[in-house]
Design a protein around this ligand. Structure first.
Ligand SMILES: [Zn+2]
Length: 313
């Protein structure tokens, strides 16, 4: 059943006005519901919110694979999780949902690493599909959680303070709050956190260098360049600087040297097709794609500009 069909089949109570529900969006906004109504509508929402945000490939396993050097993909088909291995333990980027944990753990183990050797847990941005499982992974591994300023409070409060969304998750203590340009190091691995706000206030693009066939390559893991359905870029009282943040993000993304192009969801960089190419020809690394990166950032920047123009009318 398609998402839209699922949305269409849900009957909303009368007080949940059409304006409060963006049927094109995949999430629910509760801004116009008062507290009594909220309690009444809560059981309905706990079902519908889960159903509405579930994308068909989010819970589908995907073969874990090496991208280059000590960098691996261990996520589900639709939710990217990256593993950076070192001789002193490992770094994991994105926990996804609690229910994604078995896929991530199986991926780490299938590649020959121990899940409990994860020492640092990072995130692309503080939305449930990337961080709702943080508390569980921290509990199972004892990993230090390091999060960009702007998203740190959202993760530690279990989802409070997000722009637009009201979904919660298990609060996860944050051990270190990062600023733009900060470095996360473990063993021989070094990642640089770049603040790329707009999608969330602390949306983070991760940079690292890897060696591939003797060459040093720049990796860029894009936090998210997307303007989600329902996002207000003009006269936004909850996030007044949102448009300026996106503009800053696109300027930065365009300036970054990128050889290996990755992102918070595999569909940013055509993960499935590239993985298929890797199976056919293991001697060429399909994840090395500087032109694909530039084209993607350009296309997303244009899409942002287009949304701005529409909203300013
Ligand atoms: Zn997101």
């Amino acid at each position: 059943m398609s998402l839209y069909a699922m949305v269409g089949s849900i009957r909303y109570p009368p007080w949940l006005s059409e304006s409060a529900i963006d049927l094109t969006a995949t999430r629910i906004k509760l801004a116009h519901v008062n507290s009594t109504q909220f309690l009444l509508v809560l059981p309905l929402l706990s079902i519908t919110a889960g159903a509405l945000i579930a994308q068909s490939d989010w819970d589908e396993p995907f073969p874990p694979h090496r991208i280059a050097d000590n960098l691996y993909y261990v996520g589900s088909k639709g939710l990217a999780t990256y593993l950076v291995t070192t001789t002193n333990g490992h770094i994991l980027i994105n926990s996804s949902f609690e229910r994604t944990l078995p896929i991530i753990r199986a991926g780490v183990e299938k590649l020959g690493f121990r899940f409990t050797d994860i020492k640092i847990l990072l995130a692309s941005h503080a939305h449930s599909d990337h961080v709702a499982g943080h508390a569980l992974i921290k509990q199972l591994t004892g990993a230090r959680v390091e999060v960009m300023e702007g998203d740190a409070n959202v993760i530690s409060s279990g989802g409070k303070g997000q722009y637009l969304y009201r979904e919660g998750w298990k609060p996860c203590a944050v051990d270190r709050v990062l600023k733009d340009g900060d470095t996360v190091t473990l063993g021989e691995a070094k990642l640089i956190a770049r603040l790329t706000p707009g999608h969330t206030r602390g949306c983070t693009t991760w940079l690292m260098q890897v060696k591939d066939r003797g060459k040093s390559l720049n990796v860029v893991i894009i936090g998210s360049p997307n303007v989600n359905p329902g996002y207000q870029l003009v006269a936004n009282q909850d996030y007044p600087e949102i448009a300026a943040d996106y503009a800053k993000t696109f300027r930065l993304l365009k300036s970054l040297p990128c050889d290996i192009f990755l992102g918070a969801h595999g569909n940013y960089y055509g993960m499935e097709a590239k993985y298929a190419r890797l199976q056919k020809d293991p001697n060429t690394n399909p994840f090395v794609d500087p032109e694909g990166y530039q084209a993607y950032v350009e296309e997303r920047a244009n899409s942002f500009q287009e949304t701005m123009r529409k909203q300013m009318k």
